[in-house]
Each structure stands twice: as C-alpha cells, then as structure tokens.
Write a protein that binds this ligand. Structure first.
Ligand SMILES: Nc1ncnc2c1ncn2[C@@H]1O[C@H](COP(=O)(O)OP(=O)(O)OP(=O)(O)O)[C@@H](O)[C@H]1O
Ligand SMILES: [Mg+2]
Length: 442
C-alpha cells in the first residue's frame, strides 16, 4: 500500500509520527504536544472522517497511529520496539496512549475515548482486538485495529463520494434498531461453561471465519463452489444455555460487532415483508462487518408438515431467501433456536456448523455458580456452590437470574447463602414450579 497516499491526504503525518516514536522509544525530551494530524487540511481523508463522525483531534490521531503499520512495515518494527515485544507489530491501547499523551493524567483522561460509547467504537471505526494468546485481556492491552472499510476509505483509490456513501450505509446499520439489536460483545471464553467438544466447535467457527479469505480466495475454493461459501452456523439448545453468550464470545474473538435479529418479530410484524426486511439487515450488516445472530430461528426453519396459515406459507418462501442470503453473506451468520419445533433437516444440512448447547449437568452447574459472580461482588464464604449445583437443576440463564437477585437481596452486606436460596425459590416460582420447604433449607 502506498504510504505516500496517506501522507498526501493527511499532511506530514509520517514526519510527525516518526519524531514522536523516536522521542518515546528513546525517552528523549522534546515533547511538542502537537496533534499528529492536522484536520484543518481541506480534502484530507482524516478531515472528512472527523467531520462525518464527530471525532476529536485525539481520535483522529488514534486512527493515524493504528493505520501506520498497515502502510509501512517500518512501523511494525517501531511498535515492537516501543512495546518491547517483537511479536507486537500493532499498537495496543496503552501504546497509543503512551504515544499521544504527555503524562499519566492525560493518559487516564484519554482512555475513555476507547470506550464502547466513544465515537471511534460506536461508529465501528476501530476495533479493540485481543491478542490470540490472551483472549481475556482488558481493553488497555488490546490492539487498536482500524476497521477495514475505514482503511479502504482512507487509502483505497475510491473517490470521496463513495466514501461518504459507505459511511452512510454504516449509519443505516445503526438505524436498523427496529429489527436488530446491537450487542457489545463482553463475554469471553473463560465465562463460557460448555462441554469441551462444544467449545472446540466454537473455536473452529472462529478459525473458519478468520481463514475464509485464504481458503476461498487464495486456495480457490470459491471458484469450485457455486454456492455455500458463506459461513453459517446453527446454535441450538434450551433457553439460557449460553447461545447468545457464545455468539458474543465468537464475535469478540473475531473483533467484530454483533447484531441480534429476532426472527419471530420480523415474521410476525411484517407478514410477507420478511424478505425485504432481511435484505435490509444483510445489506446493513455487510458494510458494518458484523456477526449476525438470528434468534428464534425455529419460526422460519421449523419443520412444517402442512401449511396451516398465511404465516406458514410466507415462511416457506422465506427459508429459501434466508438460506441464500446467509450463503452469500461475507461474514458469519448464526441461527439460534430453542428447538421448540423440529428443524427442517434439508435446511440444517446446508449450514456449515451445527452446535448444540446442552442443559448443564451438575459439574457444569457448579462451575457456572462459581464464576457467575463479578470479582468485586462481596460473596460470603457460606455460599455453597456444590450444594446449589447438586440440588437445583437450573440452566445458566436461571443461575444468572438467581445470582443477580441474591445480590439485590443482600443490601449492603455480603451475599449469603440465605439470599441465594431465597432467590432460587423465587426463580422456581417464576418458572411455575413449587419446591417443598425442605428443599430450601440450607
Ligand atoms: N454455558 C454457560 N456458561 C456460563 N454462563 C451461562 C451459560 N449459559 C447461560 N449462562 C448465563 O446465562 C445468561 C443467559 O444466557 P444466554 O442469553 O446466552 O442464553 P441463550 O441460550 O441465548 O438463551 P435463549 O434461548 O433464551 O436466547 C448468560 O449471560 C450467562 O450469564
Ligand atoms: Mg439467546
């Protein structure tokens, strides 16, 4: 990629960044405190981004720093030096803060710009990507990676109008809220309690998405296959067994956003218009580069022995559309289902992955009970997770509800076993089940 294109668009970024890197790596004085990128330069890609997304001068500098290794391998070496690790050719949040801030106060103030609500992440201009060796790392240790479409907009050879159009499409993705819900992936591998083979399958999905370009493009599979090049997965299992959570983990691992689409609502609300709406969802997702989770998929892919009503008739048409759209989607599409109906087997066969989420057995429940509590929650020693797991066959979703309810019951004090037991009792009531008094004795 031609570095001079960026330099031409951004002004003398190269020099400013070089000087800053040398100053920081060598620890020499001479901090000028000036912004790296002059956003006042008319017609520069950075100025355009700042205007379109309401970026501060700091935000723009973040983009410039994160973009540098994409342009010139020299910067990979510089970042490796700066971070004292030869394998880190991209800057982490901490490294960017070191480069752009004069002192610790400034660094802690600027850290907020990397939050999920800051413009850089809200508009998906950057992603914070964990090093694969440390998937559970905090944000500050994650790499700052400029979204591919922004790299493309800044240094690709498309014109400004097209760049604006691309940005507008991303805005459209934000506006799809009527049909889709944006989930910020928070859950990580360590939070997920699943059988080993299930976790292995989830990792295989990640590897497939990450390796898509290699297999389909470089190895030529795309030319051999007329269809079925999209990566679609089925997540099936009872309510509250971790399907949504797993979608979060996968999206987080891939450094992508996650959109959840409730198919039951799409079908119900827009009878006969499902296809049109799905089209919008896919189009918006395509430019936002996101993982799509279609929940309640059984309303569409459930097996129908006979066509009962208009919904069913439309749904039959919609299966065809959904399949085709998933197969040509560039990203990962996941179908979530509770298996309330039997699934249409022909449909499932065409998906690349089918992952089943079982109801947790006793050892799994023990693990879920043990790690559901946030580190800062004051948990009393008398909370007996072995007993809870053994006595109450509850799924992960119920366990989460109980933990939260127990925390509210605890008031200011530590969360005790009696609070948890009370919460369990309420959870059973909610499910319409009665347990005897004895079953709630500590
Ligand atoms: N396998 C699991 N490991 C750890 N925690 C879990 C697991 N399953 C569920 N949980 C807890 O329950 C919560 C709800 O789970 P989640 O929303 O992922 O379930 P789901 O399978 O998507 O349910 P639904 O079918 O109702 O959509 C999670 O946020 C987590 O706290
Ligand atoms: Mg779910």
């Amino acid at each position: 990629m031609p570095a001079d294109v960026l330099l031409e668009r951004a002004g003398p970024l190269g020099d400013a960044l070089d000087r800053r890197l040398v100053a920081v790596v060598d620890g020499v004085a001479g901090w000028d405190g000036a912004a790296l990128v002059d956003t006042a330069v008319e017609g520069s890609g950075f100025a355009w981004l700042a205007r379109t997304f309401g970026l501060s001068s700091f935000d723009v500098d973040v983009l410039a720093v994160a973009l540098a290794p994409e342009l010139d391998a020299r910067y990979e070496r510089a970042f490796a030096l700066l971070q004292e690790d030869a394998t880190r050719g991209r800057p982490t949040v901490d490294a960017v803060l070191t480069l752009l801030c004069a002192n610790a106060d400034e660094r802690s103030a600027c850290r907020a710009r990397f939050g999920a609500d800051g413009p850089l992440r809200r508009h998906e201009l950057i992603e914070l990507v964990a090093d694969p060796r440390e998937a559970a790392s905090p944000d500050r240790a994650r790499y700052v990676v400029v979204a591919p479409r922004i790299v493309d907009a800044l240094i690709g050879d498309r014109g400004g109008d097209e760049r604006l159009a691309a940005a507008a499409r991303v805005r459209a993705a934000d506006q799809l809220t009527g049909l889709t819900e944006r989930i910020t992936p928070r859950a990580v591998w360590a939070d997920l309690v699943l059988p080993e083979d299930t976790t292995a399958m989830l990792r295989e999905i990640c590897a497939a998405v990450a390796g898509r370009e290699r297999v389909l493009g470089r190895w030529g599979f795309a030319e051999k296959l007329s269809r079925g090049t999209g990566i679609a997965a089925l997540f099936s299992g009872p309510p509250g067994t971790g399907k949504t959570m797993a979608a979060e983990v996968v999206a987080g691992e891939l450094g992508l956003g996650l959109y959840r689409i409730d198919l039951a609502r799409v079908v119900d609300k827009y009878i006969g218009e499902t296809e049109k709406n799905l089209k919008r969802v896919f189009a918006a997702a395509e430019s936002a580069d996101a993982v799509l989770l279609f929940d309640e998929a059984d309303v569409i892919v459930g097996k129908r022995s006979e066509v009962r009503d208009a919904h069913d008739r439309y749904a039959n048409l919609e299966i065809g559309y959904l399949l085709q759209a998933m197969e040509s989607y560039r990203g990962l599409a996941i179908l979530g289902t509770n298996l309330r109906h039997h699934l249409d087997e022909a449909f499932v066969r065409r998906l690349a992955f089918a992952v089943h989420f079982p109801f947790p057995d006793e050892p799994s429940r023990r693990l879920i009970w043990a790690q559901i509590w946030p580190g800062r929650a004051p948990l009393s020693d008398d909370v007996d997770v072995v007993l809870l797991a053994q006595r109450y066959p509850l799924g992960g979703g119920n366990i989460k509800n109980c933990a939260l309810a127990a925390a509210y019951l605890a008031g200011d004090g530590p969360i005790r076993m009696r609070h948890v037991l009370w919460a369990v009792r309420r959870e059973y009531q909610k499910m319409g089940k009665q347990l005897s008094e004895a079953e709630f004795q500590p």
